[in-house]
Write a protein that binds this ligand. Structure first.
Ligand code: DON
Length: 585
């Protein structure tokens, strides 16, 4: 659902350098004050939620309430996060999961520690570099995205268990009880879930174990108001609660997953499940205009590139140029092209590939890249590096953010990759399986579902984790966690997260206004500047005149943001996806 637009340039526009001069001449005069007053009143349309003791922001309101309940019972942010993580596997099955993987940033206030928990899927031992190539050497997308071969060894259960054990205060049965209850007794299908199921009806109908859960007997998707009961999933969750993650990686559940794989040409064996490890990593760390940024390091590209982008943009007078002005959008888009070009060459699983993180996130490298950015003209992506991209696939991931009264923070993004992942439920488990293997580069230079290309750094190897864009992030001010955010959206996750940070830091928006503001995205290839509806036509005209190829596409991202303020917390759930909720107590 993307419209390519060609806007005819009207005439030449004064550059922002000239505008800067004019503004300096006007400083202290009425126009500046009048402009500020107007901006403030427009921003006041959007209000974050306020609460005194803690805040939970997720994409699904029942899961939000479950998180708040845990906080009220005295659990900390990590207890609440693990409860939310398991609850979303039941209430938001298109993205919440135990058959996928993700990343959790955790900040513990008392120790001052901030860590990144990597529970990304791993390639099974039987995986190989050419496993998705057909006889002609072309990538077989069906195999890479929708077959049993598309599934990486799931990491969510290991990640949640690790987080709880290291940083939580409650037991697995306590935090999993709400998810088990909802899976067993059923939930009412909401209009948005009905819509998501309807869109994927064909995919889900291909697998009897999936169809039995999500479709009616006549093969149509469950409708709004019907009950979604997930008995097998309830059984699986109960085993995990009672026996710990071993139930999933060694016990009955592992046996069922391995059996489903063996019967259907998949690769994952009991050994692969046994060998899965969630890992605690050092976060990617940077600074932006005096704020400190802690975000997800490789195997996500998110943290590295959000910091790289902020470094490039830090030297421009973004606040002065104005929010979503043509000059600001131009500079952001140009910076994005460089970051995504680097992503395709340098980023991969750090356990397999030496990622030059320090170089990529250094201020000196950003300064070098700035020299290649024209203030007035778009540099065609082909002059940065060539490629042959595909259209974007629309898809699902989900983010949640939690802060508690002690100042602990969790910022978590996890995913099945596409909406409902591969669409395959491992028989008898109720678990929807991810199709995360498509995030590897199946063939150098051939784009994945998000139009992202890669090479050797992200080639398929046994035990390796596919490169991700997920960007759970915590921003610090004066040494204290200030706000945390993140989003789904495939390749757009990095740029969406960037814009939340810039809207707060540069444009002084509250987190609700920062969330609602129209977004833009460029990923180098395809050479398109994607914009949401809501950017003015004359701004688009100016961007066209600078040489940008514009596309108005679907809304991008679904951010969940929580901010600590004096006396409490603010929360803001993205209005782009119905059903999201920020709530505190
Ligand atoms: O890890 C990644 O970057 C992708 N698998 C994320 C997919 C995604 O965000 C889809 N959601 N909207």
């Amino acid at each position: 659902m993307i419209r390519t637009i060609t806007r005819t340039p009207t005439n030449a526009y004064p550059s922002w350098t000239a505008s800067l001069l004019v503004a300096f001449l006007l400083i202290g005069n009425v126009p500046v004050a009048a402009r500020d007053a107007a901006i403030l009143s427009a921003r006041d349309i959007f209000h974050p939620v306020f609460a005194r003791h803690g805040m939970v922001s997720t994409q699904e309101s029942t899961a939000t309430r479950i998180g708040v309940d845990i906080l009220k019972k005295g659990g900390n942010a990590v207890d609440a996060a693990v409860a939310v993580g398991f609850a979303l596997a039941v209430t938001l099955p298109r993205a919440g999961n135990i058959g996928g993987g993700g990343f959790m940033m955790v900040h513990m206030a008392e120790s001052g520690n901030t860590v990144a928990i990597d529970y990304r899927e791993m390639a099974p031992a039987g995986a190989s570099g050419d496993m998705y190539l057909d006889a002609q050497g072309n990538v077989d997308k069906q195999r890479a995205r929708f077959s049993y071969l598309s599934t990486g060894v799931p990491g969510t259960v290991a990640g949640m268990a690790l987080a709880l054990e290291r940083f939580g205060t409650m037991s697995l049965p306590e935090v999993m009880a709400p998810a088990i209850f909802l899976a067993r007794s059923g939930i009412t299908v909401t209009p948005q879930m009905a819509k998501a199921l309807h869109r994927r009806q064909k995919r889900l109908s291909k697998h009897p174990a999936t169809a039995r859960i999500f479709l009616d007997d006549d093969g149509t998707a469950l409708a709004s108001g019907e009950q979604l009961v997930q008995k097998d999933l309830a059984g699986t969750l109960t085993q995990i609660a009672e026996q710990g993650p071993d139930a999933f990686y060694r016990g009955d559940i592992a046996r069922k997953i391995a059996a489903a794989m063996a019967a259907n040409g998949g690769l994952i064996t009991i050994d692969d499940l046994n060998n899965y490890r969630a890992v605690v990593r050092e976060p990617a760390h940077g600074t932006y205009r005096g704020y400190e940024i802690f975000s997800m390091p490789p195997p996500s590209s998110g943290g590295v590139h959000v910091i790289q982008l902020l470094n490039i943009l830090e030297d421009y007078p973004i606040a002065f140029l104005g929010h979503n002005s043509a000059d600001t959008i131009h500079l952001m888009a140009e910076a994005m092209k460089h970051a995504y070009a680097d992503r395709s060459r340098y980023l991969g699983d750090p356990d397999y590939w030496k990622v030059p993180v320090a170089g990529l996130i250094s201020k000196a490298y950003a300064a070098q890249l700035r020299e290649r950015i024209s203030l007035h003209y778009a540099t065609p992506s082909e002059n940065i590096k060539p490629g042959d991209p595909l259209p974007y696939e629309s898809n699902e991931t989900t983010h949640f953010t939690i802060m508690d009264s002690a100042g602990n923070v969790v910022s978590n993004t996890y995913t099945l990759n596409f909406s409902f992942g591969s669409g395959i439920v491992a028989a008898g488990t109720g678990i929807l399986l991810n199709n995360e293997m498509d995030d590897f580069s199946a063939k150098p230079g051939v784009p994945n579902a998000f139009g992202l290309i890669g090479g050797e750094a992200n080639a398929i190897e046994p035990g390796k984790r596919p490169l991700s864009s997920m960007t759970p992030t915590i921003v610090f001010k004066d040494g204290k966690a200030y706000f945390a955010t993140g989003s789904p959206g495939g390749s757009r996750i990095i740029t969406t997260t960037l814009q939340i940070i810039m809207n707060v830091v540069d444009h002084d928006m509250n987190i609700a206004a920062a969330t609602a503001a129209p977004r833009i995205h460029h990923q180098w290839l395809p050479d398109k500047l994607r914009v949401e509806v809501g950017i003015s036509n004359d701004t688009l005209d100016r961007l066209s005149a600078m040489g940008h190829d514009l596309e108005i596409g679907n809304a991008m991202g679904s951010t969940q943001t929580v901010m600590r303020i004096d006396g409490g917390f603010l929360g803001a759930s993205d209005p782009r996806r119905v059903g999201a909720a920020a709530q505190g107590y």
